[in-house]
Design a protein around this ligand. Structure first.
Ligand SMILES: NC(=O)c1ccc[n+]([C@@H]2O[C@H](COP(=O)([O-])OP(=O)(O)OC[C@H]3O[C@@H](n4cnc5c(N)ncnc54)[C@H](O)[C@@H]3O)[C@@H](O)[C@H]2O)c1
Length: 352
């Protein structure tokens, strides 16, 4: 080293994970384990079996806990992932914010607007940065579609649709049946799947200003809804609809965007994942359409969950706010809450 130079060592972030269930094991923990700037410092779960699964997968956290408050009190953590059932998000997020810990908070940020408002108030007073786990924003096809819309490639949007559906979180995914309990989840498919759709459609199109929805428990014997259809208004000139469910073994999964000059279809199951069609009609009625593939499977080295973690762990270095904010989480929750109100009342609900 020359005189006057000082050795710069990269910061290593002490990571804590609260909730060692399905999403922690599939997304958060592998992402931190891969990141050179992160150290697996502490993990907490009330089920020992989940902690055992993490260890068996080869992820050795320095400390394990069954009490998240004890973990936060004993450890000096730089960053925490909150991966517990929705009923815990508010208390855990506020406790981390009060300690100045950066957060990756799973969706939905909270079960109600009151809870969400409490989190945002705590964030105002905190030095922490928060990212919300809206993982669909890291699908390459969605990124390509949004870029094309922003560049005006299909003209002014007048219609948008998202369908997200699968067979439900249990059996086969979650570590208990909390998703199907109102007190722990705060809602069903509308809040679980819909929240992703409401975030994604507002990210692509703009703010939803009113909704008209039907939310039903059609096929599962559970406390919460398993299917929902939500009609959306984006101001005066654009409509949309969201179709989400927990009872669908197959079918279209993706996004459809219609503009004055063409359309973009994002089909999660296709090889050509984002396809744009633009066209003109000549005075004699001849249509000339041109198809462009905006994104193909494999175009990015990683997308979706791994890309989310690469972004998040990378963004820890530096002091810029993370890309997906609590305000985004609140904006999506507002649409979900309005949709439930609309379904309950049988009337259109305006979102301020
Ligand atoms: N971004 C996505 O694509 C995505 C996908 C699935 C789930 N999620 C969200 O992630 C969160 C967790 O969902 P999941 O599918 O992993 O559920 P899960 O049931 O598989 O995991 C939840 C874990 O939290 C643990 N837990 C419960 N209460 C706890 C407490 N008080 N302290 C510590 N641990 C506790 C449970 O034992 C369980 O291991 C939910 O908010 C869900 O909406 C996001």
């Amino acid at each position: 080293m020359m005189n006057g130079e000082c050795a710069m060592t990269a910061k290593i972030y002490k990571v804590g994970v609260i909730g060692a269930g399905a999403i922690a094991q599939a997304l958060h923990i592998p992402g931190y384990a891969k990141a050179e700037n992160c150290e697996l410092t502490a993990i907490c779960d009330v089920q020992q079996s989940c902690l055992d699964e993490v260890k068996e997968a080869g992820h050795d956290f320095a400390s394990t806990y069954s009490d998240w408050q004890k973990m936060l009190a004993e450890q000096e953590l730089d960053v925490v992932s909150i991966c517990t059932p929705n009923c815990w998000h508010k208390d855990m997020a506020i406790a981390c914010l009060e300690k100045g810990i950066d957060l990756l908070l799973e969706k939905p940020i909270a079960m109600t607007l009151d809870e969400a408002t409490e989190i945002l108030a705590a964030a105002e007073k905190s030095s922490s940065r928060v990212m919300v786990g809206f993982s669909h924003r890291f699908q390459g096809a969605n990124v390509a579609a949004r870029k094309a819309v922003q560049e005006g490639k299909i003209g002014k949007l007048y219609m948008a649709r998202i369908r997200f559906a699968h067979t439900g979180p249990i059996p086969g995914w979650a570590k208990s049946d909390w998703f199907y309990k109102q007190a722990e989840a705060g809602g069903g498919a509308l809040l679980d799947m819909g929240i992703h759709a409401f975030d994604l459609i507002q990210w692509m199109v703009g703010s939803v200003t009113a909704v008209n929805a039907t939310v039903k428990t059609l096929r599962k014997d559970i406390e919460v809804d398993d299917n929902a259809i939500v009609n959306l208004e984006f101001g005066e000139d654009c409509l949309g609809y969201i179709d989400v469910g927990w009872t669908s073994p197959s079918g279209f999964l993706g996004v459809e965007l219609m503009g004055d000059n063409g359309s973009i279809i994002v089909d999660y199951n296709a090889e050509e994942k984002a396809v744009m069609t633009v066209g003109t009609m000549s005075p004699d009625g001849t249509r000339e359409m041109e198809k462009t593939v905006l994104f193909r499977a494999g175009d990015w080295e990683e997308e979706g969950w791994p890309a989310e973690m690469t972004y998040f762990t990378g963004a820890l270095d530096g002091d810029k706010p993370f890309d997906i904010t609590l305000q985004d989480g609140l904006a999506a929750l507002k649409v979900a809450v309005a949709a439930q109100q609309s379904s309950d009342s049988g009337s259109r609900v305006v979102i301020d």
